[in-house]
Design a protein around this ligand. Structure first.
Ligand code: PMP
Length: 415
């Protein structure tokens, strides 16, 4: 089997380097490899499986849909599955949160929604420049890569990435950038040579960039500054959204209303490709056909997305249960971090991890956890953080088991 890893697949592969087995089955928070070994999955498809693998509440409507002979691929055409998703999203997600957004299907993945958001912001404002943040991750196509703050990924573009600048994220100066006076000053100074940006794109928690979590007051002051200067706020909720931080959108706790929101990963709830770009109705300046693509009408994804919303977001029971899960995980992680000098907690909600003072430790801990049946990834420019993203539906027993494996791995590596 190792020959296939070594010969057929490009060197660009990443996850199978750390997990060199062939996975054949999955259910809930468990993935099983070809030789029957069961792994606890605290990776959740990088956030695409918030409701676990093969969730029966989603499998049944999906199989019913597929066996009914209904339309699978429909591009932009309206179908009952798409209509139901739109109505359900409006009723269960937007309305109760008093959010007034138009919905656009920009293409199948996270990078597609970011591309659409950047294009729309430029079209609406007539300005080109976009500000994004140090350590940000927004995707791998040229527009989203241009706003990504990771040197290795940017090098992969092979051409200069223009029309965007990086500014310091909340924690860059150890929490001393809570107000944006410095940015306000250069924006107000007509002689500063700083072009007024079309938009600022931000993750409330940097999922790939080391689980840095912006403080609520930092997000509020960013939103207020942008409003004062008529600059659009884009929140990239591709990884932190769909419940990951404890609320459906990760910006809810801050009480801010982004102009544009990028959603993907867990919106289909089943690991099926799907993405949304949400924007204030008055920003809908697209000409028909100005942004299109073949795979935007994935009806099986609409079906599972609707089922996920109805199963988990029809009332606030799931959200309350989620708060308990978050508390248990944070408590367990704090205990583990407390056993290593200089280690600490990073992140928010179920997008959390442990940062170690030594850059080697996180990768070694992840490898040791894998050897003992737990899938966890690393995060950050130097892979300095062990990242935990269990499904939001993880049970207390699974959480306890995962934390025990992690604690043992940390003892072995750093004890
Ligand atoms: N934005 C964020 C915040 C992400 O975490 C990711 C994926 N890790 C993307 C955009 C890109 O999504 P995709 O890989 O589906 O293109």
């Amino acid at each position: 089997m190792s020959n296939i890893f070594e010969t057929l697949e490009s060197e660009v592969r990443s996850y199978c380097r750390s997990w060199p087995v062939v996975f054949t089955h999955a259910k809930g928070a468990t993935q099983t490899s070809e030789d029957g070994t069961e792994y606890l999955d605290f990776f959740s498809g990088a956030g695409a499986l918030n409701y676990g693998h093969n969730n029966p509440a989603l499998t049944k409507p999906l199989l019913d849909y597929l066996s009914s002979g209904a339309v699978v691929h429909s591009m932009d055409m309206m179908t009952p599955a798409k209509r139901e998703f739109l109505v359900t999203f409006q009723e269960l997600i937007l309305k109760p949160r008093h959010l007034d957004y138009k919905v656009m299907f920009p293409g199948p993945t996270g990078t597609n929604t970011v591309e659409a958001a950047l294009k729309l912001a430029r079209k609406v404002t007539g300005r080109q420049h976009i500000l994004s943040f140090t350590n940000a991750f927004h995707g791998m196509t040229l527009g989203s890569l241009s706003v990504t703050g990771n040197s290795l990924k940017r090098k992969g573009a092979g051409i200069p990435l223009t029309n965007s600048s990086k500014i310091p994220y909340d924690d860059y100066f150890d929490g001393t950038t809570a107000d944006f006076m410095w940015l306000e000053r250069v924006l107000e100074d007509s002689g500063s040579g700083v072009d007024k940006p079309a938009a600022v794109i931000v993750e409330t928690v940097q999922g790939e960039g080391g689980l840095r979590a912006a403080r609520i007051e930092w997000l509020r002051s960013l939103a207020a500054l942008l409003k004062r200067h008529d600059i659009l706020l884009i929140v990239d909720d591709v990884q932190a959204g769909c419940g990951r931080t404890g609320t459906f959108f990760s910006f809810e706790e801050a009480g801010i209303e982004p102009d544009i929101v990028c959603v993907s990963k867990s919106i289909s709830g089943y690991g099926l490709p799907m993405a949304l770009t949400l924007f204030r109705p008055e920003l809908d300046v697209w000409e028909p056909g100005e942004h299109n693509g073949t795979f935007r009408g994935h009806n099986p994804a609409f079906v599972t997305a609707t089922a996920a919303l109805r199963t988990y977001w029809a009332d606030d029971k799931f959200q309350q249960q989620l708060a308990g899960t978050i508390e248990t995980l944070h408590r367990g992680l704090e205990e583990i971090a407390g056993t290593v000098e200089g280690a600490g907690l990073r992140g928010r909600g179920l997008l959390v991890g442990i940062i170690f003072p030594d850059l080697e430790t996180a990768s070694k801990v992840a490898a040791e956890a894998f050897a003992n049946g737990l899938l966890v990834e690393t995060s950050g420019p130097d892979d300095e953080v062990v990242k935990l993203m269990p499904p939001l539906t993880v049970t207390d027993e699974e959480l306890g088991r995962g934390l025990a494996i992690l604690a043992a791995a940390v003892r072995t590596v750093a004890g």
